[in-house]
Design a protein around this ligand. Sequence first.
Ligand code: 7PM
Length: 279
Amino acid sequence: MAGLDAVIDCAGKLLDLSQPKVMGILNITPDSFSDGGDYLSFDLAMEQAQRMVDEGAAIIDVGGESTRPGAQSVTEAEELRRVIPVIEGIAKNISVPISIDTSKPNVMKAAVAAGAGLINDVQALQAPGAIEAAADLDVPVCLMHMQGKPHTMQQAPHYGDLLSEMKTFLAQRIDCCIAAGISRDQLLVDPGFGFGKNLDHNLALLKNLQELAELGLPLLIGISRKSMIGELLNEPADRRLFGSLAAAVLAVDRGASIIRTHDVKPTVDALAVTAAVVL
Ligand code: 7PM
């Protein structure tokens, strides 16, 4: 699988995808940094962002909305309160692009104004006003596949032909984005591991990921510490690193360009070895 020669312009900061890259996860939720929004959690978030960059992250994904299966949704005001100060702080101090993990148009706008350069939307810009906001902001967008809604998506996920349904969905979202004025070279796609998928679905997806690479857009993969790994290993989230690395290597072998992870240094090393053989 040849690497893409794409360089993505994230509001002036460049993301070179000729080699696989690591996206470091920075979750700003009350459970992730003692209590969200105060100075202590702000400082901890800055430190973690800097550490991920030092470890080789090519992009930092800032999220303030819990998209976990069964999670409560977060109000717009709360999401803004969590992520905007952190994005401003990171944008001032580090040189890598920042992505904003949100589905809300007003959060997209405020985040880009604060220094974010990529929109990571698990709802693939389907929320009212999201596609217009993204087109207007003129930053790249990652379109993720999800079956159902976060609160109920894991209850009984079902597919006729998983890969072709996912490809059809993503192709439709790509067409909608282009019709709305977003250029094709600003789009990335993500199969959304764990988002309306059981273990068999997730395994089939990973095994056949190259079919999604055929869409011709950079593939972003979020598999780090997910329940898919936990089910295979019977390990809790904090003991899923080695399994997550195996999945990341398999994904890059099948054409993935960006691996979204909690564990930057181990993933950077695994991808360096993978890329030396695969690309
Ligand atoms: C359970 C399920 C726990 C999901 C945590 C999560 C993705 C994402 C998330 C992904 C993109 C997590 C997630 N997952 N964005 N946001 N792709 N693009 O691992 O797979 O943080 S939430």
